[in-house]
Design a protein around this ligand. Structure first.
Ligand SMILES: N[C@@H](CCSC[C@H]1O[C@@H](n2cnc3c(=O)[nH]cnc32)[C@H](O)[C@@H]1O)C(=O)O
Ligand SMILES: [Zn+2]
Length: 434
């Protein structure tokens, strides 16, 4: 058992205790050591004085191994970025490099308060290994791209089936599978149909890129005569499965209706969309229809970090700016995007500190200049905080304490990541391409 004592909670004043048993929050109350008559020898006590406890954050769209591509190709549009840099480097990746990138990404996420991420990538054995070692929680999908080629499609389908079965068999509470068709402009109708069917069969979510740029919408329209959401709806892609659609930057009213009617979850990635010059998703319009909005960073090739606190802040600011309305997306709402909504989106009991829920808890040290006066803490977490957290529990385990990783040597990971990067750059000759 773990007892966090005398900690501040966002929703109520005064100091509270949180009792964790196994991987769940057993009790939240005052003076629990006495009230629950706990033997001190059975419990590890974490002093929560001068700390606030918040639910671990949820990042609903990442490509975690891309941390080792950080800063490689800045200031260019999506297609050029993918074709000339990212896909070239990705062709040199292997399980070991993906494992190293994953470790680096998990350390970065944990240190900035993220406890769950929804990922799409390849070499999943490397990702699984990194997730297991770091202690983070993840929903993992094998990203499938067939570029309308039958041979490629068959390979992708096999890989996907293998990974789903492997993750289910692992039966680890921290790792769940999802299905990851990359996007309607990179996947054939057959691959999209396969994705839908397998997601239904196993009752797991689909994770896909949707309507990120105007160019890709044009491509889908030329091919199918329809906009991407209309096209997917016409092949019954949304029937009976939960779809997490990353980006959703450019949407027609008809598409918004489909998103609403089919309960599609939106992963809003404002920083990646700004950086690649893709546009700004119409989040206030989606909120009017009660569409579930969550937040994602996207990969470190286009962000260039995994700090969800930045997405929380930007998602509140950006919509005020374009609508000339400072009441648009209040901080409380954007904070919910990254907590409660993220948990709902992934069907996980995370994102709220509540008895019976999974023990994914983040402690923020309140003795920081940017968090004072502490009275307005909720506002600070959205508008003033830099994301550097003190202690993190995931699935009932302490993975970060006093800002340091408990179960992995983070400095060794930094060294490994530097080496991996040097090797990749050398192999691809990316510098000369610049
Ligand atoms: N099995 C596939 C890999 C797909 S993984 C997911 C892919 O999404 C790419 N990606 C990352 N960010 C974005 C984005 O913002 N839009 C579109 N694709 C992205 C990423 O680089 C990776 O290639 C293959 O054979 O190529
Ligand atoms: Zn992406």
């Amino acid at each position: 058992m773990i007892l966090i004592r005398d900690v501040r909670l966002l929703e109520s004043n005064g100091n509270w205790d949180i009792l964790v048993e196994g991987n769940r929050i057993k009790r939240i109350g005052r003076n629990l050591l006495e009230k629950e008559s706990i033997d001190k020898r059975d419990v590890e006590i974490i002093d929560g004085k001068n700390m606030a406890a918040i639910p671990g954050l949820v990042n609903t769209h990442t490509h975690i191994p891309m941390t080792i591509f950080r800063g490689v190709a800045d200031d260019i549009p999506l297609m050029e970025w993918l074709n000339n840099y990212i896909w070239k480097m990705e062709s040199k990746l292997n399980e070991e490099l993906v494992y190293i990138g994953t470790l680096l990404g998990t350390v970065e996420m944990i240190k900035s308060g993220t406890t769950t991420f929804n990922d799409m990538y390849f070499h999943l054995d490397g990702i699984i290994k990194g997730v297991l070692e770091s202690g983070i929680r993840a929903v993992l999908s094998y990203g499938m791209i067939d570029l309308f080629d039958e041979e490629k499609r068959e390979k992708e389908i096999k890989n996907c089936e293998k990974i789903v079965k492997k993750i289910i068999k692992m039966d680890n509470p921290r790792i769940k599978p999802a299905i990851g068709p990359h996007a309607p402009y990179t996947c054939s109708k057959e691959l999209l149909t396969f994705s839908h069917e397998i997601a239904r069969e196993y009752n797991i979510p689909v994770h896909i890129h949707m309507n990120e740029t105007l160019n890709e919408i044009k491509i889908v329209k030329e091919k199918t005569g329809m906009r991407p959401f209309e096209y997917l709806n016409s092949i019954e892609f949304f029937e009976g499965v939960k779809v997490i659609a990353a980006h959703c930057v450019h949407l027609s009213d008809r598409e918004i209706d489909i998103i609403e009617k089919k309960s599609v979850v939106v992963s809003h990635n404002p920083i990646s969309n700004l950086k690649l010059g893709s546009g700004i998703a119409p989040i206030p319009k989606l909120l009017e229809k009660n569409i579930l909005i969550t937040l994602g960073t996207d990969g470190c090739g286009s962000n260039n970090n995994l700090n969800i606190f930045e997405e929380i802040k930007i998602s509140s600011l950006i919509h005020k700016g374009i609508s000339l309305d400072p009441t648009s997306i209040p901080g409380e709402v954007s904070f919910k995007f990254a907590t409660l909504n993220g948990g709902k989106a992934l069907n996980l009991e995370v994102g709220v500190l509540k008895e019976g829920y999974l023990a994914d808890i983040v402690l923020v040290d309140l003795r920081k200049p940017y968090l004072i006066p502490v009275e307005n803490l909720k506002s600070h977490l959205v508008y003033a905080f830099n994301g550097v957290v003190d202690t993190v529990l995931i699935d009932g385990n302490v993975v970060l304490r006093d800002g340091k990783m408990t179960n992995i040597d983070e400095y060794k990971i930094y060294e490994m990541a530097e080496k991996a990067y040097s090797k990749l750059v050398e192999d691809v000759d990316i510098k000369r391409d610049n």
